[in-house]
Write a protein that binds this ligand. Structure first.
Ligand code: T4K
Length: 376
């Protein structure tokens, strides 16, 4: 038997800037005497991220969840919104917070994203939008989704929480749909500790979103809409500016680790690896996910997850349980398991393995050897 790791190996570890880099930026903030509410760091980061993500307009937020709540408000969405059950809890919850009913659509067996071919059959007169997720950074079928949305006059919002820096045919992934949300949570490839952004097509929409994230305050005399506090402060904006310098090196390290996982698992029957993407897709390699088919591998995903803990490896079952299984959504008609056959299988099989730049190659090889030793 292989020896357990001496220290816990988590599914991910945040990328840390050096203390010196942060101290230097803090000095700038102290000198400016400006801590939040649209300060200079915030302005500069918005500009830098607009370029980096190759998008027309961007608005920073204190986290991705508030950003998505505001996206729904800005588009005045109501009624029903078609979405995926295979995502983080925040995706359907932000609909609920807007008094919108999530309608769960099944997913594609390969990409694990919403199955664009099944959306049309779920549209009713109450449907106002499609909220799709580029899960694990794999792009959705954006063309098909837009085509269906255009035919029925629906809005398209993308939860691009996992898709920082992803490109499709040299276009930033955030340029598809009406609005996309990026999460800058500490566990993401790029982060601002907590934070997020909405990207949109033009300045007119940005102005409305900027008002919504600042209580709807237009000026000292006028409050023009019921906004919320979604602002990103100067300290986090400054950290975000530093972290932009780390994205490419972190991505490159993760590419190498992906290659090792793929190489080690290539001939293991019963493990499905990350989906293949078209040649014109630039991925960010944020997550590494496998699917364990118990019938072929001889062990269940839950067995692999539990047993890995005995070796001090803390993999995660992203995304199990499905959102359609949560107590707050399971009474919905669209949540019934027979309506979501693929999602229910994927949810039982999926396992996120450790993936972060500081992970060394030998550790990844040993994790693979441990998993392979479970096979029966
Ligand atoms: N939409 C989607 C599709 C999302 O995935 C998310 C967030 C959102 C929307 C909402 O965006 P935000 O409002 O968060 O901006 C984590 C993240 O907290 C969450 O942001 C993320 N998705 C989700 C997929 O993963 P947890 O509950 O798994 O996090 P946690 O605390 O268990 O952290 C995971 C591992 O990372 C830990 O086992 C250890 C390590 N870790 C974590 C933190 C915070 C560290 O080593 N250091 C740290 O500081 O949700």
């Amino acid at each position: 038997m292989l020896e357990p790791f001496k220290e816990r190996i988590y599914v991910t570890r945040p990328v840390f800037p050096t203390i010196d880099e942060v101290t230097e930026k803090l000095r700038d903030i102290w000198a400016a005497k400006w801590l939040t509410n649209n300060g200079p760091q915030h302005t500069m980061l918005e500009r830098e991220l607009t370029d980096f993500l190759k998008v027309p307009c961007l608005s920073l937020f204190n986290n991705g969840t508030i950003a998505l709540i505001v996206a729904c408000q800005s588009l005045r969405l109501s009624g029903d919104v078609i979405t995926t059950p295979f995502t983080f809890a925040a995706t359907p919850h932000i609909l609920n917070w807007n008094n919108i009913t999530p309608i769960f659509c099944d997913i594609d067996a390969e990409t694990m994203n919403i199955d664009a071919d099944k959306i049309e059959s779920m549209i009713t007169p109450q449907t106002t939008a499609i909220l799709a997720v580029h899960v694990f950074g794999t792009p959705c079928n954006v063309e098909k989704i837009q085509e269906v949305a255009d035919r029925y006059g629906l809005r398209v919002v993308y939860d691009a929480a996992h898709a920082f820096g992803v490109e499709l045919g040299n276009r930033g992934i955030g340029t598809f749909g009406d609005i996309s949300m990026f999460s800058f949570h500490a566990t993401k490839l790029y982060h601002t500790v907590e934070g997020g952004a909405l990207v949109m097509k033009d300045n007119h929409v940005k102005q409305r979103i900027d008002l919504l994230k600042n209580f709807g305050i237009k000026n000292e005399e006028e409050v023009v809409m019921p906004g919320i506090n979604g602002k990103l402060d100067e300290v986090r904006a400054a950290i975000g500016r530093i972290m932009l310098n780390y994205v490419e090196s972190e991505r490159r390290k993760r590419i190498r680790l992906h290659e090792i996982y793929n190489e080690e698992f290539a001939d293991v029957e019963g493990l499905t690896l990350m989906p293949k993407v078209a040649a014109d897709v630039k991925l960010n390699y944020q997550y590494y996910v496998v699917r364990v088919d118990e019938k072929i591998f001889g062990r269940s995903r839950d067995f692999v997850y539990d047993e890995l803990r005995n070796y001090n490896v803390y993999a995660r079952k992203y995304f199990h349980p499905l959102c359609s299984e949560f107590t707050c959504y399971r009474q919905l008609n669209s949540s019934r398991a027979e309506n979501l056959p693929i999602a229910n299988v994927v949810g039982q099989q999926v396992l996120s393995l450790p993936m972060y730049g500081d992970l060394d190659e030998d550790t990844v090889r040993k994790i693979c050897a441990i998993i392979k030793s479970f096979r029966r």
